[in-house]
Design a protein around this ligand. Sequence first.
Ligand code: HEC
Ligand code: HEC
Length: 409
Amino acid sequence: MISRTRICIALAALGLSSFGGSVSTSELTPLTSSGHPGAGPASNVPTFGDPLPGLTTTLRAAFANGLETFQEVDTPETGLGPVFNNVSCVACHSTPVPGGGSTILETRFGRLVNGQFDPLTALGGSLLQDQAIDPTAQEVIPSQANVVAKRMTTPLFGAGLIEAIPDAEILLNAAIPRPDGVSGRPSIITDVASGNLRVGRFGWKAQQATLLAFAGDAYLNEMGITNRLFPQENPPNGSAALLAAYDHVADPEDVVDPATGKSDIDFFADFMRLLAPPQTLPLSPAAKAGKSLFTQIGCSHCHTPSMVTGPNSAPALNLKVVSLYSDLLLHDMGTLGDGIAQAAASPSEMRTAPLWGLRARAAYLHDGRGATVDAAITLHDGEAATARGRYVALPPVLKQELLQFLGTI
Ligand code: HEC
Ligand code: HEC
């Protein structure tokens, strides 16, 4: 048992106010590692993989159709490739259920010279497709590349709620001054789905603003399926000759389903938009103390506990509190940056990772370099260096409380 006084002294030494929770090591219970916590929520509360609660029959059907399409396997006959990373969305977005993330990594490359990043587009960059429908078309990392980075598959739970947060709310967050040298910038991009300037929020670089745009991007770049938003094939390592030799399906390969008037990218977007967010678990006294610590040591400067969706025609997305633990802004993360410039993000800028559903992930940070949550926090740098320093200096029992809290969100 560690005395409350000692903890207050430790906090005072870190320049923090005394904290409100009671602490005893006996209250510490292990982090839940599975997606379906045993001491789980009541059965009417959604769990990972469920649709948003309270959907109309029509929207429930759209969710089910979307889930089916999300799991469909493409083949060279249906347009897969010539170069691709996998054969279905669910091949990567699988854990703990379809719509989740996974530890599957993909590779980006480019060339940095005198601080200028070149994505080597003419050589097939910046995303490497690591499979091909014929070995001759197989991409390799070109010798010109001097930056190579890995990116881990992000989960999609609650993506529709994130999409429904108005740009203005994210811009407001960016405008509020924050202490500890934290700044943060909105990722302003052109949304290919609408043609409008929007605040990007999806992907490690906040590179897309809408689920439809991300679906079109992923269908082309992960699976090699051209679609109405991304109608041009990726030539293997930039070679038009190899493309001509192996691309035999007419574009766009994603065709309109006559029954519904929708293409696959619309079905993917429906599924992701209607996928329930991670369920918040009840807080033990230790986790409650960890929640206060999260704010006190400055994690919440970037990992904003919640935002609110705007008015939405779907009641399930209308004016909802979204407990995502992210400001959806780009931050200069110093050595934690991935070295790749993409959309609005510079090589060292990354989107604040939403922390909800952390308990369902098996590795952390954009390239999985954090084997544990503790390691992920310790590897923060750049704008997060002050908060990281405070975390590292916490007595072990307080670190445990913070980690317990992170296991409930
Ligand atoms: C080869 C593995 C792979 C496949 C196949 C794949 N994804 Fe992903 N997905 C990823 C990775 C990796 C990321 C993170 C990418 C990044 O930010 O660079 C990601 C991110 C996303 C995101 C952003 C979520 C967020 O908030 O960060 C969406 C949306 C998404 N994928 C949808 C899809 C859809 C729809 C499909 C099928 C058309 C698909 N993905 C197929 C690996 C994959
Ligand atoms: C300056 C903004 C900032 C601050 C402050 C900050 N983080 Fe982060 N955090 C990020 C960014 C950006 C990422 C994504 C990094 C990457 O690309 O790998 C991240 C990632 C994480 C992850 C990994 C999530 C995942 O999906 O793999 C955890 C866990 C985390 N932060 C916890 C914390 C905790 C706890 C604190 C307080 C000690 C904290 N962060 C402070 C910006 C911040």
